[in-house]
Write a protein that binds this ligand. Structure first.
Ligand code: G3I
Length: 357
């Protein structure tokens, strides 16, 4: 059996993917579903467990799609990463609008967040392996002129929860989640945590490190740090020592780690834009660089026995979020399989790395 999950099992590693429920549905793309179940032993709903999906109308939870997904994963003996409880993005319209126009004030917002976490975690109690309890709460270095901090600079989107509730909401969220399901592993999840301060994106890693260290010291029930692993062939390009050092610093705190949303995007050819560098759009070197970045993260994970899982954010370019998000200049080709489900160099590299040792 050369499936990714069989190869990963040799290392006691779980290998996963985000799942697009439209493609996965019975009326969707049969090949997609077959591959999710053949290749992966942990799954994450790409959108279906976000607040806007679960509670589109205030007080009315729509569990159908998420329940079907979780129950099917359990039937297929896949462990579920629950994504996501507390995030500034993909909140239901009624909630964002209420916070923005002040009709939902601090006390009510806090009560709503508490109720949401309690309701959702209780609903899925016993079925979720790892919960992303708080996602992307920390700003990037370029979002503020002076310092990286919780919630970003004033007016930034990430400020929503920190501004409304004060920074203690992070600790509260973990406590509420633990109370609702004592057995689920509780994660802080973010991007740009692949390496420590490099004067660039990795500077956020230090802030998150200090934050989770403080949370642990205060007895807040946090079990792990999810490093998303959204890389690009034009940035990041960390080496394996940088990547493993980052994991090690977190695991030295007694935390587990996981790569939770790995993909490595590239600049795509854009005939309309002469500023696009033809070299970086060259397919062979693009695939090579993407494979290298996948290898660095996987290798770092394999080198750390507290690295529980390696999840890609979609496995085929056919349904990847990347081209929808990065349009100017166009980026894509971030996944292990191409849009026709053909293996790419990244996949061969992941398979080879899992086969070795
Ligand atoms: O469901 C609507 C559909 O009804 C509508 O026709 C369509 C038209 O645009 O939009 C659909 O919603 C889209 C949704 O994905 C479901 O496909 C949203 O526009 C789109 O913004 C949303 O994007 C998701 C993104 O999070 C939003 O924040 C991506 O699929 C999802 O991959 C991405 O995932 C995030 C993680 O949760 C957290 N970390 C970063 C990662 C990548 O951004």
């Amino acid at each position: 059996d050369q499936s990714l999950k069989a190869l990963a099992a040799r290392h006691n590693l779980y290998i996963g993917t985000a799942v697009d429920l439209n493609a996965y549905a019975d009326a969707g793309d049969p090949q997609y579903k077959t591959m999710v179940n053949q290749q992966f032993n942990t799954v994450t709903a790409e959108n279906a467990m976000k607040w806007e999906s679960l509670e589109p109308t205030r007080g009315v939870y729509n569990w159908g799609p998420a329940d079907a997904f979780v129950n099917e994963a359990i039937r297929n003996r896949q462990l579920v990463r629950g994504h996501v409880l507390t995030w500034h993005s993909q909140l239901p319209g009624w909630l964002s609008a209420g916070i923005d126009d002040g009709s939902i004030g601090r006390d009510e917002a806090r009560a709503l967040l508490r109720q949401h976490i309690t309701t959702v975690v209780s609903h899925f109690r016993g079925k979720i392996w790892q919960w992303d309890v708080v996602n992307e709460a920390v700003s990037d270095p370029w979002e503020t002129p002076s310092a990286i901090h919780l919630g970003g600079n004033t007016g930034s989107f990430k400020q929503k929860w920190a501004d409304t509730l004060g920074p203690d909401y992070v600790a509260d969220a973990f406590r509420w989640a633990r109370a609702a399901d004592p057995k689920a592993l509780l994660f802080y999840n973010d991007y740009n945590l692949e390496a420590f301060g490099d004067g660039g994106p990795g500077d956020k890693t230090q802030f998150v490190y200090d934050m989770v260290k403080r949370l642990r010291a205060q007895g807040v029930p946090i079990d792990g740090v999810g490093s998303q692993g959204h890389l690009g062939t034009r940035y990041g390009n960390y080496d394996v020592f940088q990547a493993s050092e980052a994991l090690e610093r977190f695991t030295d705190l007694g935390l587990a780690v996981a790569f939770t949303e790995v993909d490595v995007r590239s600049l795509m050819k854009n005939a309309d834009d002469p500023t696009v560098d033809a070299n970086s759009a060259d397919e062979a070197s693009r695939d090579q660089a993407a494979a290298y970045n996948h290898w660095v993260l996987l290798q770092a994970c394999l080198m750390n026995r507290h690295c529980l899982s390696f999840t890609v954010w979609g496995f085929t370019d056919k349904y990847s979020w990347i081209p929808n998000w990065f349009k100017n200049p166009p980026e894509g080709a971030g996944c292990l399989w191409d849009a026709n489900y053909q293996p790419k160099k990244s996949l061969r590299t992941v398979q080879g790395t899992l086969l070795a040792s």
